[in-house]
Design a protein around this ligand. Sequence first.
Ligand SMILES: O=C(O)CCC(=O)C(=O)O
Ligand SMILES: [Fe+2]
Length: 264
Amino acid sequence: MIKTLDKNSSIDEIMLTLNDDGAVIIANLVSDNVVDKISKELRPYYDTQGTKFQDDFNGYTTLRLYTVPGKSRASLGLLAHEKVMEIIGAVLLPHCENFQVGSSTAIEIYPGEKDQELHRDDDDYPKRIPGVEWQVSVLWAFDDFTKENGATRLVPNSHDLRNIENVREDDIVQAVMPKGSALIYMGATIHGGGANKSNLPRGCMISTYSLGWLKQEENHFLSIPREVVDSYPDHIRRLLGYQSHGKSLGTYPGVPGGVWPEDD
Ligand SMILES: O=C(O)CCC(=O)C(=O)O
Ligand SMILES: [Fe+2]
């Protein structure tokens, strides 16, 4: 079982569970209106691009969109949600000066979809340091997540870096949770989307956050148009990667914190 806490739980209690189990659910962290607004903003994109990324990993009865912050302004509130920022900071800030969004993906799993292959979201990083998480994922439920409609499957405690080949079916639990809840799991926690055996789609958004000195999964500098980024508040631009790490990583001439001399 994945432990479910409520939104008034202390950061210490949340961290205790996340560190022990590699995953935690915070029930009803936002209201239905918030997630409905994002779904509505994403709808035209789902209609035109939703099938574009179908493959063996993403499924063929599932719609997906990348670069959610470039498509839905309402999603920014989830991306930089205060409680989430506190939790991500507690995991990542011992190992970096600032963290960043790696990727933000919207997913709608439709009836008939099969279980997704089990995986770790941080497997793109080729090395590991035991005890250091490269990233944390936050999955927001845009519908009630049930066993029938494909609630995410997870292996509790699998951030211990166990071999994924050794996972047995009865090690897997499902993240059953109401709409508006957040499932937070470590980058190294083994998981995958579930089969949808209901007759309605199951929607969500997953944002990953990584150590500020790692390469981001998604290239926001290319995927979000400059004028869109310019219209976003400073803390969002920073989260998306418009920020250096320390004095030299990712600097740009003339940007405070940059070390390059400004052009004359
Ligand atoms: O849709 C889900 O429940 C999980 C999807 C997932 O883990 C992924 O695509 O990386
Ligand atoms: Fe995943």
